[in-house]
Each structure stands twice: as structure tokens, then as C-alpha cells.
Design a protein around this ligand. Sequence first.
Ligand SMILES: [Zn+2]
Length: 157
Amino acid sequence: MGKQNKMGKKIRKFKTGANRDTDENKLDYEGFLSPTVLRRFAEYMHKHRIQSNGKLRTSDNWQKGIPLEVYIKSAWRHFIDWWLEHRGNKSREGIEDALCGLFFNVQGYLHEYLKMANLKKKKCDECGNKYREIFIVDGVFLCSRCKKKYLNKRKTF
Ligand SMILES: [Zn+2]
């Protein structure tokens, strides 16, 4: 561990003789995520694949796109279920499903947000101009000027 190669990059050498770059500065999914939580989430997602007509929805159906406001409204319902359970009350589906539902909405919201934020052509939905920096407010793309106007208008209601 800690040895440097010619390029000045740290490498680690295993007893077997194999060597690799060190893990420093690499995203550690194995450490960051919980396998038991992800399995429980997958069970939740699987349960919700069955549609009202009895047919199975594809697992990645949500990636086709769900509006941000749908995610945030659903997140509120699941959050309230979580809170009810936390305070010793009964909720619609119990605390595990409430947490999985919230997890789904958080992931879906972030998925959509990143998709929008990564769009190359950033156009303001209000004025139609293209800008280097675009903000997403209530699921709408706004330039800094239109964002200011929008937020001021909202305050007056
Ligand atoms: Zn604008």
C-alpha cells in the first residue's frame, strides 16, 4: 500500500503479486450502500409492478419519466406514513413500505432532476432564451431573472 508508480500515482500490491491503483478518491458503493435496504427496496418495487389489470409493469418503467410534482406529492404521503408509524400510529402500508416509497420518490425525483440538469441546451421555459445557468423551480426551467420574477410573484399570493 502507498507505493507510487512512475507517474506518481499510488498503487497497492497484493500478496499474490497483483497490483491495482488504491481506492482513494474512488466512489465506494460497497461501503456507502446497505445490501439489506436495497433488497427490501427491490421487494417493495416488485410488489408494485403488478398493475390494476393484473399485468406486470417493466421494472424500469418509471425511468420513462414521471413529473417532479408527482414525486414530491407522493413523497409527502409516504413521509406522513413514516411519521405516523414513528409516533406509534397505523399507516397505510406500515413503516417499511413507507420508507421504501419515500426512497423511490427521492430516487425518482433526483433521477429526473439530474436528467434535466444535464441537458445540453438549457433554455428558460419562461423567456425562451438560452443561458449557461438554468434553475429548476417547481419542475420548470428558469433563468436567474425569470426565477427572481417567479419567486416574487409567488410571494404575493
Ligand atoms: Zn428567462
